[in-house]
Every structure is written in structure tokens, then in C-alpha cells.
Write a new protein. Structure first.
Length: 168
């Protein structure tokens, strides 16, 4: 089980075209809740919308991969202008990430998969062969009981990452 991310960042605003170019990456798989928006928030901030437009303008392929239902994911993606998405992805299964790679027409090793959870986003990305980026959750603590439990399980891994200097 490879749950150690390739990189850790404070938020989505650090995933710029320059960041991706430095790593030879041409696509980004995006999580929704606590990655692009806070839990139960309908739309990203204007700043995040600007970043998505900047990424598209730089030729970066975007795809949303979410464990949410089709209606929620489709409506969200329409609002943010992302055409490719995978719903009911069953993360941490690799299949959703592999489908996203096919939709973007990129090999997994050329894709950064960003998300806020170790046992879904990072583990799933690593299983599929993507470059896994762990982001600090936007609204940690405002989630349901199940996610709160998973956050508790993440604590030893986060401690390890702090000891390795990957997160501050």
C-alpha cells in the first residue's frame, strides 16, 4: 500500500502551469470537496476559477475524479468548465484514475492527481501510477463522521510526512 504522496502543498493555487511543467506533467486530476471547494460549497472562488482557466490556457488537460454521484459531479463540472469527469470513482480504486487518463489521452505518469485525503486521493493516484499531490483540506472539520474517522487514520502518515520535511 503506497500512501505516501509525491508532493504536499497547502492548496490548489500552488498547482500552476509552471509547477506542472517543472515536473513534466500535462494533465491534472482534480478532486472536488475540500480540494477545489469547501465541503457543501457550490462553487470555487474566483481565484480558483482563474487558476483553472490559466491551466486550460497553458494546454493542461483537466479531469475531475470524484466519489460523488453523477448529477453532482456533472453539474459542478459544467459550472467550472471542465468537460472530462469520472463520478462514483470508488477511490482509492485505480479504475477512476485510469479512466481519467484515457479521457485526457495522457499516460498516468504525465498526470498530477491532487486531493486532500491520503486513503482515497493519494492511494488511488499512486495505484494508478499518477503523480500524487496531497493538499491541505480547505474546511477540515466540517465533514461527516466517516471522513472525520479517515482523518484520524491519516494522523500517523501526516506525522511521518512532517518528519520527512514534506509538510510544515
Amino acid at each position: 500500500m503506497n500512501i505516501i504522496p509525491d508532493d504536499c502543498r497547502t492548496g490548489i493555487m500552488e498547482i500552476t502551469p509552471a509547477y506542472l511543467e517543472e515536473r513534466g506533467l500535462g494533465g491534472v486530476i482534480l478532486d472536488i470537496d475540500n480540494t477545489l471547494i469547501g465541503h457543501n460549497v457550490p462553487l470555487p472562488t474566483a481565484e480558483v476559477m482563474g487558476l483553472l482557466e490559466e491551466l486550460r490556457g497553458a494546454g493542461i488537460r483537466l479531469c475531475v475524479v470524484s466519489n460523488n454521484r453523477r448529477g453532482r459531479v456533472a453539474a459542478f463540472c459544467e459550472k467550472i468548465g471542465v468537460e472530462d469527469y469520472v463520478w462514483d470513482a470508488l477511490k482509492p480504486a485505480a479504475a477512476g484514475y485510469e479512466r481519467a487518463a484515457r479521457l485526457m489521452d495522457l499516460p498516468p505518469e504525465k498526470i498530477a492527481a491532487v486531493g486532500d485525503q491520503i486513503y482515497t486521493d493519494v492511494w488511488g493516484a499512486r495505484r494508478a501510477g499518477c503523480y500524487a499531490v496531497l493538499l491541505r483540506p480547505i474546511h477540515k472539520g466540517k465533514e461527516g463522521l466517516f471522513i472525520a474517522f479517515k482523518r484520524l487514520l491519516e494522523k500517523p502518515v501526516l506525522f511521518y510526512l512532517k518528519c520527512k520535511g514534506m509538510i510544515k
